[in-house]
Design a protein around this ligand. Structure first.
Ligand code: NAD
Length: 384
């Protein structure tokens, strides 16, 4: 691959949250450039957003359908290598399926689709298209999360018994959606968010992180969802018990009414020999705890870190890496895959980014949680 990858963006216009994060992450290693976009559901805003980013106006579109049609007609030396989808949840399946069918690889934010049926259909489309599909469960891109997974895989923890994963946020503790707060308004709207609010928005990150570190599959779950804010139509708090295949047990908490908490995604994994503990707001550290030794704090960027943690480290020890770098690490892996594809080489065997299968798993988790809670906290098996 002797050039930068070219990409287009759907969503991420003026005032949007995660689109800008994707642009920073994709630019981090200097391997990709944004050349096209349909940035908003409002064509005028899309054009203005393209101007903000100094894009060629001819490649800034009013709708993603126009964009797919026009971009597919461009010659190979101008054509997009992939598109990034950063629209609200109900607008993932449409562009993802359209661009895959038009021959473009796709990076999409989570949760993968609006519901499980769409996720299954998208899985079939990804497979038949032969194109690459990546899902940005960005927390798995952290170097010390890789280290945590390595401690599970190399047996340091022994046999896993218990997983505690919690994701408390406080920003939806009041009905800010009523004042027009953009990110809150679609997240609390069942027509745009899906069957779940908080559990789809951040519960899926917790589910994905637990599964990524432990390698365990959720066999059954029992959930109690609540809506604390009056008038809100979707859950803003969720407590879930997990039974994993093989016998380990888990507790997953996701909440957006935890006043005072910001983005406190934390995980603890207990085995028969040792346990690990990782906090998203302090991502450069990983605690490793044995019953008969002082607690060890492993820190990112040191020579003692394992090979996987080092592979996903950009800066020397003491220069903090965080949310953006973890996002960049997902892109790093996507770009390795796309470069191999462009060179006609087989995909590297150690590729490490979330795929459509993680997306289906996440949607199965959401549906099972909602069903369990509606049944009065009955045990439910996720239907993949
Ligand atoms: N991975 C993460 O950590 C993370 C964090 C935040 C959001 N997200 C996910 O990213 C997605 C977007 O979330 P957000 O907070 O950035 O939302 P947002 O409301 O800030 O931005 C959404 C953008 O999509 C645009 N849009 C809507 N419909 C469109 C259409 N049909 N065509 C083109 N553009 C359209 C909007 O105009 C807006 O610019 C959601 O699926 C969310 O779950 C992921």
């Amino acid at each position: 691959m002797r050039r930068k990858l070219r990409y287009g963006m759907i969503g991420g216009g003026r005032g949007a949250f995660i689109g800008a994060v994707h642009r920073i992450a994709a630019a981090m290693d200097g391997k990709a450039e944004l050349v096209a976009g349909a940035f908003s559901s409002d064509p005028k805003r899309s054009r203005q957003s393209g101007e903000d980013l100094f894009l060629d106006p001819a490649r800034v579109y009013g709708t993603y359908a126009e964009m797919a049609e026009a971009e597919a007609r461009l010659p190979a030396d101008r054509r997009l290598d992939f598109v990034v989808i950063v629209t609200p949840n109900h607008q993932h399946f449409g562009p993802a399926s359209l661009f895959l069918k038009a021959g473009f690889s796709v990076v999409c934010d989570k949760p993968v689709t609006f519901d499980l049926a769409q996720a299954r259909r998208l899985r079939a489309i990804v497979r038949s298209s032969g194109k690459l599909f990546a899902l940005t469960h960005n927390y798995t891109g952290n170097a010390m999360v890789k280290q945590a997974r390595a401690f599970v895989r190399d047996g340091t923890l022994g046999t896993l018994r218990k997983v505690v994963v919690e994701y408390p946020q406080g920003w939806l503790a009041d009905a800010i959606e009523l004042s027009g707060q953009k990110q809150a308004s679609w997240r609390t709207d069942p027509k745009r968010s899906g069957a779940a609010g908080c559990i789809g928005d951040i519960g899926t990150h917790a589910e994905n992180l637990a599964r990524y570190i432990t390698g365990l599959e959720i066999e059954e779950l029992c959930a109690d969802l609540s809506t604390f804010v009056k008038g809100r139509k979707l859950d803003d708090d969720g407590n879930v018990l997990l039974r994993f295949k093989g016998g380990a047990k888990g507790v997953l908490l996701a909440s957006q009414i935890c006043v005072g908490d910001e983005n406190a995604l934390n995980i603890r994994v207990y085995g028969t020999k040792a346990s690990i503990e990782w906090h998203q707001e302090h991502p450069n550290e990983l605690a490793l705890k044995f019953p008969d030794q002082p607690r060890q704090i492993w820190r990112r960027g040191n020579g003692y870190d394992g090979a996987e943690a080092r592979r996903f480290t950009r800066l020397p020890a003491g220069h903090p890496e965080g949310y953006l770098e973890a996002f960049g690490n997902i892109y790093q892996e996507v770009f390795r895959a796309l470069a191999a594809e462009a060179d006609g080489k087989p995909l590297p065997t150690d590729l490490d980014f979330p795929t459509i299968d993680d997306g289906v798993e996440g949607m199965a988790f959401i549906e099972a949680v909602v069903k369990s809670s509606r049944l009065g906290a009955r045990w439910v098996k996720p239907a993949r």
